[in-house]
Design a protein around this ligand. Structure first.
Ligand code: TXA
Ligand code: MG
Length: 331
């Protein structure tokens, strides 16, 4: 198995008995939680409308928000897509298995429920060994949104899935902490120029190195191109304030009741709690820590959260996009 630079090989034990159990549940139209290198997913049979309906129900997700189908590689994509354009193929060859989702024209086998009635389907080949083992053993595409309730912080550990979905999921496959930590980058290759619908684990700069300049979907619109990618998403329960740097904080301010999600250095002023995304300013490390730290601050006793925006390059773009959506208020 090949790994691109953004997917360091990892040492995760695949528990074959657990995979067998998961396959049996998937075959009967049930759901299971599976680890991927980006975030944990809530998995169901991609070709079974009853299983897809169950995913929407467990997540409390609106039906207009379509799902990603997970496959093992390009052959798997051909099982759900009508065709694969040249740029899409190039991107798949570079990033799969890995944190990239392609929007491709769907074929007739894909249920309407998976695509929310759209003529296109989202497809991704994850690199996590447990996800790969599950898709292989199941022998077909697996639909999986992130395993959180709709709009909330995505889970990057099995424990976080348990807290999010608990008893609603009969089985949570253990796969350690997700090494990428933010969701896949979504690229629509059906237009003239590839269009980034969601910044994510595959850096835009690396995508442009393969297919040339790309367009970006307006980050916030009332009818978003990635339909589930609403203005308010990835949100903690507590109030969130964003700053561009620590210098924006009031040096004489009282932040004792606030939690700080710092980027690469600690503040001079005292906070109730401080978490540091990456002491060396490494954006990959910051992305890997992002959701778990946001969750930890949300679950702590602080009353509000302040987060420092990292630079908008590499995986910093994905972090910034999620921070922006986490902060924006429900209209
Ligand atoms: O990393 C990931 O992508 C994770 C792991 C589990 O693979 N999955 C994930 O799924 O983030 P979810 O459902 O939370 O986000 C999928 C996004 C949604 O915003 C959805 O609107 C968009 O993909 N999407 C799905 N099908 C689409 C389509 N045909 N056209 C445009 N956007 C689509
Ligand atoms: Mg999600």
């Amino acid at each position: 198995m090949e790994h691109s630079s953004n997917n360091p090989p990892r040492d995760v034990q695949v528990d074959n008995a657990a995979i067998e159990k998961a396959v049996a549940l998937l075959r009967e139209g049930n759901v299971v939680a599976m680890p991927t290198e980006t975030v944990y997913g809530l998995a169901g049979d991609g070709f079974n409308p009853r299983a897809l309906a169950r995913i929407f129900e467990v997540k409390q997700r609106p039906l207009f928000d379509p799902l990603i189908l997970h496959v093992t590689g390009i052959e798997g994509a051909f099982a759900v897509a009508e065709s694969i354009s040249a740029p899409a193929r190039k991107l798949a060859e570079k990033f799969w298995p890995g944190p990239l989702t392609l929007i491709l024209p769907k074929n007739d086998r894909v249920p309407e429920l998976a695509t929310s009635g759209l003529p296109s389907v989202a497809v991704r080949a994850p690199s996590h060994p447990v996800a790969r083992a599950l898709i292989e053993a199941f022998g077909g595409p697996i639909a999986a949104p992130s395993a959180n309730r709709f709009g909330r912080i995505s889970p990057t550990t099995a424990e976080a899935v348990r807290k999010e979905l608990g008893d609603a999921v009969p089985l949570i496959l253990e796969g350690g902490a997700c090494c990428v930590g933010v969701e896949s980058t979504i690229v629509d290759c059906s237009a003239q120029r590839p269009l980034i619908l969601r910044a994510g684990g595959a850096p835009v700069e690396e995508i442009e190195a393969i297919v040339g300049p790309v367009d970006h979907a307006t980050p916030v619109s009332s009818k978003p191109l990635a339909p589930g990618h609403l203005e308010h998403h990835y949100a903690p329960g507590k109030t969130l304030r964003l700053v561009d740097s620590l210098e924006q904080l009031n040096p004489a301010g009282d932040y004792a009741d606030a939690g700080l999600l710092a980027f690469d250095r600690l503040p001079e002023v005292r906070f109730g709690k401080v978490l540091l995304l990456s002491s060396t300013g490494d954006l990959r490390e910051a992305a890997a820590h992002y959701f778990a730290m946001m969750r930890e601050l949300d679950e702590s006793s602080v009353r509000q959260i302040i987060a420092v925006r990292p630079p908008k390059t590499g995986l910093g773009l994905a972090i910034n996009e999620r921070l922006g959506r986490a902060q924006s208020k429900r209209s």
